[in-house]
Design a protein around this ligand. Structure first.
Ligand code: GLN
Length: 482
């Protein structure tokens, strides 16, 4: 199977048709589903129909950069006429009347929607075990989690069921599953990609991005997704660079800061070995590595688990059984309807977040928890700003360990939360960050994380691309999915 970039080129040169491509991928998806459970919905008939139209456009010499290329969307992005569940029983029957901006832009670029990917309920999780539709399995080893919350998108791209998929990253949900599944996951700067039609979890942290086989593919997808959207008040009105052209920029002289706080006692020895080896590769390409310390960064997990649940408790108040989503049978009165609709519609982790969030926002606790967390968030942000005065990018591992067994961390939420210890900082500060495969630990993929200053996506992608031009970790495909 070829990369997104190669498929787009092949379609343009008419080496194969979009109908052939869609047909082949649909067969792979169907075959993989019992083993991986990467998808919640598949739009077979609609995708074939769109592929026929794309082939006609291409035959007439027309088309955009992605014409006829099939992709998948995380089931958190609203798709007109096709259900959007967000991995929740609450939205099991929800069909959006409109497309998310990300969906509309990729469609405009010519991409076809093949399927919607499985995910942790409302994007809350790090293992995809919180989905109402059942866990996703890691294609490298089906006993292992794929990571989360964009675990379906990561597994689908790793198993080459789709050449690219969207994801969302609130605390690591693109980068962490990308690392655990051995693919490339890109979270842009907060405000770079529109959140319109992307179901809200924690609005000050949520950002849409890409899961692909390579940084070059990420550049291609992101170029089409990114940009100002008047329908998202936090979307930033700044021109989108041509990321595809920019990735060829050499990294000679690139100043890399090695994130001291990320090489702590929690880091698996094999993961550390892979990341240090990757740094040597980057040094070989002309980058200069120095050690950088961000003293407040170790506070990022506790800060996140105050801020994110606070925002979630507010965002999820809209699911009350009145306007959309699950409504309980025969409610006695309004309160009964609220209580039972929400009680039945939400899973355990979502309820835990709503309760935590409501608690930290309540009178008497607001100052002690929420306001305090916001202050520490400002300190973390300032640490990053300071670091970027002396380095161009920060580098470290994406996760402390490779993929863990399904069921291993479900009994203890805190252990699960600590999986995101290296990714959450970029969300709190709104920074762009990418995870690229950099080796294997006991047969499971390891991710290298590159974080840049605000709106430095082009440079982050160029660093990742330079690494991928000299290494072949990103080309490895799990056994049985070649
Ligand atoms: N794992 C983190 C959480 O459970 C981050 C999720 C995300 O980025 N959507 O909240």
């Amino acid at each position: 199977m070829r990369t997104l970039t190669q498929l787009a080129d092949g379609l343009r040169r008419r080496s194969f048709s979009s109908v052939e491509l869609v047909g082949a991928l649909l067969a792979r998806i169907e075959k993989s589903q019992p083993a991986l459970n990467a998808f919640i919905s598949v739009a077979a008939a609609e995708a074939l129909e769109a592929a026929r139209a794309a082939d006609r456009t291409l035959a007439a010499g027309g088309g955009g950069p992605l014409t006829g290329v099939p992709i998948a969307h995380k089931d958190i992005f609203c798709t007109a006429g096709m259900r959007t569940t967000c991995g929740s029983r609450m939205l099991d029957n929800f069909v959006s009347p409109y497309d998310a901006t990300v969906v509309a832009r990729l469609k405009r670029a010519g991409a076809l929607l093949l399927a919607k990917t499985n995910m942790d309920e409302f994007a809350m999780g790090s293992s995809n075990e919180n989905s109402f539709y059942g866990p996703v399995r890691n294609p490298w080893n089906p006993q292992m989690v794929p990571g989360g919350s964009s675990g379906g998108s990561a597994a689908a791209v790793a198993a080459r069921l789709v050449p690219g998929a969207t994801g969302t990253d609130t605390g690591g949900s693109i980068r962490q599953p990308a690392a655990l599944c051995g693919i490339t996951g890109m979270k842009p700067t907060y405000g770079r990609v529109s959140r319109y039609g992307m179901i809200a979890f924690a609005s000050s942290l949520d950002q849409g991005g890409t899961l692909t086989a390579s940084a070059a593919d990420a550049a291609l997808m992101l170029r089409e997704m990114a940009g100002f959207d008047p329908r998202d008040s936090t979307s930033v009105d700044a021109p989108v660079p041509d990321y595809v052209a920019a990735i060829e920029e050499p990294i000679t002289g690139l100043r890399i800061g090695l994130l001291a706080e990320f090489f702590d006692k929690g880091l698996d020895a094999e993961n550390e070995r892979c990341v240090r080896e990757a740094l040597r590769v980057l040094e070989g390409l002309g980058a200069r590595v120095s050690q950088v310390s961000l003293p407040n960064l170790p506070m990022s997990v506790p800060v996140y688990y105050v801020v994110a649940p606070a925002e979630a408790s507010s965002n999820l108040a809209r699911y009350d059984g009145v306007r959309f989503g699950h409504r309980c049978e025969n409610p006695r009165d309004l309160t009964d309807m609220y209580r039972r609709s929400r009680g039945e519609g939400f899973g355990a982790e979502v309820k835990r977040r709503i309760m935590t969030g409501t608690y930290v926002l309540s009178a008497g606790y607001y100052d002690a928890y929420y306001l305090k967390a916001q202050r520490v968030r400002a300190l973390i942000n300032a640490d990053f700003v300071r670091a970027f005065q002396s380095v161009d990018v920060l580098i470290g591992p994406t996760t402390p360990t490779p993929a863990f067994p399904i069921g291993a961390k479900t009994a203890d939420p805190i252990t699960m939360y600590l999986n995101d210890i290296y990714t959450i900082g970029a969300n709190l500060a709104g920074l762009p960050a990418i995870s690229v495969p950099c080796g294997f630990a006991a047969g499971l993929p390891v991710g290298l994380q590159i974080v840049g200053p605000h709106f430095s996506e082009a440079r982050v992608l160029a660093a990742a691309h330079a690494f991928q031009r000299t290494t072949d970790w990103h080309t490895r495909v799990p056994v049985g999915y070649a």
